[in-house]
Ligand binder design. Structure first.
Ligand code: NAD
Ligand code: DAU
Length: 345
């Protein structure tokens, strides 16, 4: 039986709220729940960006705490003030994890451990949503992963997320804590750091720079518009069953090269910008989720892919100051296929 919880009037802790999905989720919450308060705990790594939250920074319902989820004392203090937690904070870029996995283990696994362990002594917290990923299942050529499929992560990022995912489950089973695990597919939309595929390709195309397609460009992802993901998180908070895992996907499988073609076409740029580069190491071919479990809670994606991609492309076109500032910080902004070239020579 599905449970029912309410978000209205609660104070929520969002970890990693200055990142891509976290900042979209904070916007979503403040827009849809006028009496809900949000505390955003974020370390502001290279991927954290307070520009994502400029329009709401003075909203009395919003509070930012600059801090690390591994800081147990700080986390204990913040947990006392909230009734719900949505945990996004993580190192998230697969290519970076291939170059150096250390921070992924420390943040994604150990950081999640600190939060879960703190939850043991915060009995007023009614729910803890752990944001995992579809990458924990690994790749498959055909068929779809259900939530009870075995995990076979293939990048250091995915393996660290799988560790955190199962740790969250272990804390549910062992300590009977109010934990739910979500496994979303590839998100896209506004405020996504431009090292990720779609914003990298859109912003490079706008600058007439090469679009680096890994391998033959035939790898497939299930693309989910970030606003639909936020609605899914909301519905799971309200109706999800404690201890359960929910896949979130759009059943929208698209090959990378097809997306690249759509992007250049939307921007009226030439296909000659395509640049086939050496493949990502251990590159997963395809991710695909069976999402019947979350459909049964009453969620399905609302935005059609073509429309959502056009909206996303337009957002980057209309907000060059947002992404140019990031790309100009050249010491922080690495182009990973160039690193591969260097490392492989
Ligand atoms: P992101 O990289 O854009 O943002 C991550 C945020 O976490 C940043 O603001 C960063 O400063 C913060 N952070 C990192 N380490 C921290 C620490 N130790 N303490 C506090 N804050 C810290 O990430 P995203 O793409 O928005 O992903 C959010 C979550 O969703 C992650 O857990 C990711 O694994 C998961 N996820 C992402 C996608 C996707 O397509 N982007 C899909 C499925 C799941
Ligand atoms: O599936 C969910 C995951 O999606 C999340 O858990 C991760 O945090 C998120 O980064 C994302 O991982 P991917 O590796 O799928 O996303 P990325 O944007 O890095 O790459 C998408 C596809 O595009 C992948 O097949 C690799 C390819 N690619 C990527 C980049 C950055 C290129 O061909 N060229 C590129 O320059």
């Amino acid at each position: 039986m599905a449970e029912t919880r309410s978000l209205e009037g609660k104070t929520l802790l969002v970890t990693g709220g200055a990142g891509f999905i976290g900042s979209n989720f904070i916007h979503y919450l403040l827009k849809n729940y006028p009496r809900t308060k949000v505390i955003n705990l974020d370390k502001l790594t290279y991927a954290g960006n307070l520009d994502n939250l400029k329009d709401i920074e003075k909203d009395p319902r919003y509070e930012f705490i600059h801090g690390d989820i591994r800081d147990r004392k700080l986390v204990q203090e913040v947990f006392k003030r909230v009734q719900g937690v949505v945990h996004f904070a993580a190192e998230t870029h697969v290519d970076r994890s291939i170059l150096d996995a250390g921070e992924f283990i420390l943040t994604d696994v150990f950081g999640t451990f600190v939060l879960l362990d703190t939850l043991k002594s915060a009995p007023q917290v009614e729910f803890f949503l752990h944001i995992s990923t579809d990458e924990v299942y690994g790749s498959r050529e055909k068929g779809y992963f259900k939530e009870d499929a075995s995990l076979s992560p293939s990048s250091p990022y995915a393996a660290s997320k799988a560790g955190a995912d199962r740790l969250a489950y272990a804390y549910f089973v062992t300590y009977n804590l109010p934990i739910i695990i979500l496994r979303p597919s590839n998100n896209f939309g506004p405020f996504q750091y431009p090292e990720k595929f779609i914003p990298l390709f859109v912003t490079n195309a706008l600058e007439a720079k090469p679009l680096p397609l890994y391998g033959k460009g035939t790898n497939v992802r299930d693309w989910l518009y970030v606003e639909d993901n936020c609605r899914a998180i909301d519905i799971v908070i309200q109706k999800g069953k404690l201890g359960e895992v929910y896949n979130i996907g759009a059943n929208n499988e698209v090959a990378n090269i097809t997306i690249a073609e759509k992007i250049v076409s939307l921007l009226e740029k030439p296909r000659s910008l395509f640049h086939f580069v050496p493949d990502r190491l251990g590159h997963d071919k395809r991710y695909a989720l069976d999402c019947r479990k979350i459909h049964a809670l009453g969620w399905k994606p609302e935005r059609e892919f073509e429309e959502a991609l056009a909206l996303t492309v337009r957002w980057y076109q209309e907000n060059p100051e947002w992404w140019k500032k990031i790309k100009e910080r050249s010491l922080e902004f690495k182009t990973f296929y160039e690193e591969y070239y260097r490392n492989r020579k």
